[in-house]
Design a protein around this ligand. Structure first.
Ligand SMILES: Cc1cc2nc3c(=O)[nH]c(=O)nc-3n(C[C@H](O)[C@H](O)[C@H](O)COP(=O)(O)OP(=O)(O)OC[C@H]3O[C@@H](n4cnc5c(N)ncnc54)[C@H](O)[C@@H]3O)c2cc1C
Length: 320
């Protein structure tokens, strides 16, 4: 069976969920060969093997942490040349997309970004994308070179599929461009203890209906009862009630969780663009005519300050 390269996103050896999802998709196309770079790369092997990696190519060097993406592109290209894969899959983070795009240019291949599904096809993998503010679903395949495809988080289930996961050292020669942009400082974001918005399985969002920064505690309480991330509409962000890093939509983040709960959000097209591919959508809105109700699986017409605390209480009591 053909091999498929999977670029591993990890933090000091802890593999992030979108990479495990990529392994599920890679197994539909061929045998996944994982590429893990940087500090702790070798520690990724157990998790990757458990989810189907037949091989784990690892490399560590100070360049991966000290410079922006080019050293990683050099390494992924070295893996590509060593393996001659049927496809290269990369998680659709900002960094992942830059790495994938640079690799595609170098190897003269077509690229598909932000795929939400992937299946094997007679002429190569077929990727599903959600286009034009999620108004269209397209299927496409790369017609030139080795397909390079970035896949959005939550596009597939994480599935255990034990494989050998044999660790092999990847030999990387850094290009002249590798040290062009140096990282001069790092400031970790203050942790909220909640999952990362774009990777969360559940997102609870608040909009203008939340009516004030202080009231976002109602949204946060529901999110915490569900182990969810907190999102916000642009109206709530522009009003200064919640940080821009939590904005969902066309000019914010794109999320595709298993469950999206929109509270006091009308459902403008620009908001829908960032959440319409969520698997199950629930809305709480006091206006029965709000456009958000056109796309929900479950809708509650009511005042969020009445509904959301009851929901939080019910979720909490069922957990106990
Ligand atoms: C170029 C461009 C890019 C944009 N990008 C984004 C984007 O990335 N993300 C985004 O979200 N928007 C974006 N917008 C803005 C978008 O058009 C809307 O203005 C915005 O999404 C509205 O936010 P909202 O739904 O919170 O507010 P509103 O449209 O004002 O809706 C508030 C809703 O809350 C309900 N409500 C009020 N009080 C309560 C209550 N007590 N209980 C229950 N329901 C209540 C109301 O019935 C109403 O439906 C963009 C706009 C443009 C032009």
């Amino acid at each position: 069976m053909a091999e498929v390269l999977v670029y591993v996103d990890h933090v000091d050896g802890a593999v992030r969920k979108p990479t495990l999802e990529l392994l599920t998709l890679a197994r539909r196309i061929g045998d996944p060969v994982a590429v893990a770079l940087g500090a702790g790369a070798e520690n990724t092997a157990a998790a990757l093997a458990e989810h189907g990696a037949v091989k784990v190519l690892t490399a560590d060097a100070p360049e991966f942490a000290d410079y922006l993406v080019v050293p990683k592109v050099d390494a992924l290209q070295a893996a590509y040349e060593a393996v001659s894969p049927a496809a290269v899959l990369v998680p659709s983070s900002a960094e992942g997309k830059e790495i994938a795009a640079r690799l595609a240019v170098r190897i003269g291949s077509g690229i598909i970004t932000d795929a939400v599904d992937l299946e094997a096809g007679d002429e190569g993998p077929v990727a599903t994308q959600s286009a034009f503010a999620a108004s269209f679903t397209t299927k496409s395949r790369v017609s030139k070179g080795t397909p390079v495809i970035t896949v959005k988080p939550n596009s597939a289930a994480v599935e255990a599929a034990p494989a050998a996961g044999a660790v092999e050292a990847l030999s990387v020669t850094f290009s002249a461009l590798a040290t062009g942009t140096k990282v001069t400082s790092r400031t970790p974001r203050e942790s909220t203890g909640r999952p990362e918005l774009t990777e969360a399985a559940i997102v609870v969002s608040g909009g203008r209906g939340v009516n004030g920064a202080e009231n976002f505690s109602v949204i946060e309480a529901l999110a915490d009862s569900l182990g969810a991330a907190v999102g916000a509409s642009r109206a709530a962000v522009d009003a200064g009630w919640y940080p821009h890093s939590n904005q969902v939509g066309q000019t914010g983040k794109s999320v595709s969780p298993q469950l999206y709960i929109a509270n006091g959000i009308s459902g403008a097209i620009q908001h829908r663009a960032g959440m319409q591919t969520s698997k199950t959508i629930v809305a709480v809105n006091k206006d029965a005519e709000a456009p958000i109700f056109d796309l929900v699986d479950y809708g509650v017409v009511g005042d969020l300050f009445q509904v959301v605390p009851q929901l939080t209480e019910e979720v909490t009591s069922r957990k106990g």
